[in-house]
Design a protein. Structure first.
Length: 571
């Protein structure tokens, strides 16, 4: 049996899946739980969670930053938006969405205003005012001359063969009866706008599937023949509302709707409630449809250097600068696809857009190539697919360089990334109970937790050693199976494991507590920095198992810079 001394001083790849255990070019781990990889490659116990507030039920967190010094966390619950600044509740507003609607709620912010969209609800505007907060319906801009609205109109596929006969009504000169050539109307169309005879009409009364009463601002002349050239509002209760939203080049952009999933609507420049395409002037509104061999549904739209459009079947970009009705340079770059059943907010990391693929097993980095012409969608979790158990929320903290991905099982996959230093390390966070949602505001990471059937807002804090100020959590880091000179080993005997520590007060190595100098246990001592060892008396280990493990559950700081193991092996 040959002797060996093996040192690992970089854990830059974090936890990796078992299929990579025989790779010699990976500085990884077989387990990394409740620990982070430092920029220098070492390991440290994760931050604890400070309790912020109790919640009335399940909630989704949304960041709302009005200025550098005025930042809020929105906890969106069933029919409520609860607004927090630190631990102080600043407002509680009634909202139209129920608990089942939260997963598809999307939002975009500009200055002190945030707009929410959901395919089944009229868009809502949240505004910070001098006296507090207000939430109200998004209302398209009106034209004072005829009270028409600058709302987009279109013809849907299922109406291509329908004609409308217009006849007078005994209710007055402004009213008419609309009779369709086949069943079309439902009670939901009441208050919906239509465009025909070069005028906007509002449906006032439902009579039957083929008849309604409508009115117009002004008089009209009933045509002698059925009208074939008519359009209905692109967004309405029967047709659905925008699914996704962003601001791009001073335009408000809506992406997709329930009845027209591949449509992109852009407002006039600087007039975010005006979607009238007009005569196609450079600053007027724009409407386009994604055209491809497959029917695509827009999942979300993202503003970056280009306008990125993420669909169920691929990633598109509009690169026009400036973006005008006559110049829309649109192209599909990749074919990964995104999830349409829930909104996982894409995150910006430097110049890249991070999104969850439609398989719910990939976290992709959408970035331009070196020539700045084509996008690539690199898989960020290729080494750690086992951590992705159907993501439900995602947020990136630029201050700590961490991407947080909440999973459906209540755990959280966390990517510590620093490209300049070669760090791209996934870890898994666990807590007593479950993680439900995550967001980042002003450099702080907030979560919704579920503990003992109670929902809470909590915040990761450097000064907190427990979760919710009272729950201890276990941490663990374990090596990959032992290999030497690019070969697997058949027998392995470990004699000694040594750690180089930094500001550490407690640590267990392979099940044994390392003995640290007694004085470090005093409350005010910063912790021990130096080397510690555990002698294992030549213990035999399975060659498929980790040959060293660092673990513990005490609420004490621990930082490991390197691990050195000595023993014997046979090939």
């Amino acid at each position: 049996m040959a002797n060996f001394i093996k040192t690992q001083n970089s854990f830059a790849h974090g936890v990796v899946s078992s299929e990579f255990f025989t790779r010699d070019d990976i500085n990884g781990l077989s387990c990394l739980e409740n620990m982070d990889v430092l920029p220098g490659g070492g390991l440290t116990r994760r931050r604890g969670l400070a309790h912020i507030a109790n919640l009335p039920g399940v909630a989704r967190l949304v960041p709302f930053s009005v200025s550098e010094t005025e930042n809020y966390v929105l906890a969106i619950t069933s029919v409520h938006i609860i607004i927090y600044s630190g631990t102080q509740m600043m407002g509680d507003l009634f909202a139209p969405w129920g608990a089942d609607d939260l997963s598809r709620l999307q939002y975009a912010q500009r200055f002190d205003t945030m707009i929410f969209v959901h395919p089944d609800y009229r868009p809502q505007i949240l505004k910070k005012t001098e006296t507090g907060f207000e939430l109200g319906d998004f209302i398209f801009a009106r034209n004072d001359a005829d009270m028409s609205m600058n709302i987009p109109f279109m013809r849907f596929e299922d109406t291509s063969d329908i004609k409308i006969s217009v006849s007078t009504s005994d209710r007055g000169n402004n009213y008419a009866k609309f009779t369709t050539s086949s069943d079309f109307w439902t009670p939901e169309y009441v208050r919906t706008r239509f465009m025909l005879l070069d005028r906007q009409w509002i449906i006032d009364e439902y009579i039957s599937p083929t008849e309604v009463i409508a009115y117009v601002n002004g008089t009209y002349t009933a045509p002698g023949a059925p009208v074939t050239d008519w359009f209905e509002s692109a967004f309405s209760t029967p047709r659905g509302w925008p699914c996704s939203i962003t601001f791009h080049q001073d335009r408000l952009v809506f992406g997709g709707s329930r009845s027209y999933p591949a449509g992109v609507w852009m407002s006039r420049v600087g007039q975010h409630k005006n979607f009238n395409v007009g005569t196609g002037l450079d600053d007027e509104a724009i409407f386009i449809t994604l055209l491809s061999q497959q029917r695509q549904q827009i999942c979300t739209v993202v503003s970056g250097d280009n306008l990125q459009i993420l669909t169920t079947d691929g990633e598109w970009a509009i690169s026009s600068k400036p973006l005008t009705p006559s110049v829309v340079d649109i192209k599909q770059h990749t074919s990964v696809g995104s999830c349409a059943s829930r909104y996982l907010p894409p995150q910006k990391i430097e110049d890249a857009t991070i999104f969850v693929s439609k398989t719910m097993r990939d976290i992709r980095e959408l970035s331009l190539d070196d020539l700045g012409e084509n996008y690539n969608a690199t898989d960020l979790c290729a080494f750690a697919k086992h951590l992705m158990t159907s993501p439900v929320d995602m947020a990136y903290n630029d201050a700590t360089r961490q991407l947080f991905v909440v999973q459906s099982d209540g755990n959280m996959a966390v990517l510590n990334q620093n490209g300049a230093l070669g760090i791209s390390a996934w870890a898994e966070y666990k807590t007593y109970g479950k993680f439900i949602s995550v967001t980042v505001v002003d450099g702080k990471t907030y979560v919704v937790s579920l503990r003992d059937d109670a929902y809470n807002i909590e915040c990761f804090s450097d000064s907190v050693m427990r979760d919710a100020d009272k729950y201890d959590f276990a941490y663990q880091a374990a090596s990959l199976p032992f290999r030497v000179s690019h070969h697997n080993v058949s027998r392995l005997r470990i004699r000694r494991v040594s750690l180089r520590l930094l500001n550490t007060k407690s640590v267990f190595i392979n099940g044994a507590r390392a003995t640290l100098p007694n004085e470090i246990y005093s409350e005010n001592h910063p912790g021990y920095s130096g080397d510690v060892s555990v002698n294992l008396l030549g213990g035999c280990l399975s060659c498929l198992s980790p040959y060293w493990t660092i673990h513990g559950n005490e609420p004490q700081p621990i930082t490991v810079l390197s691990v050195c193991v000595s023993g014997g092996y046979s090939v």
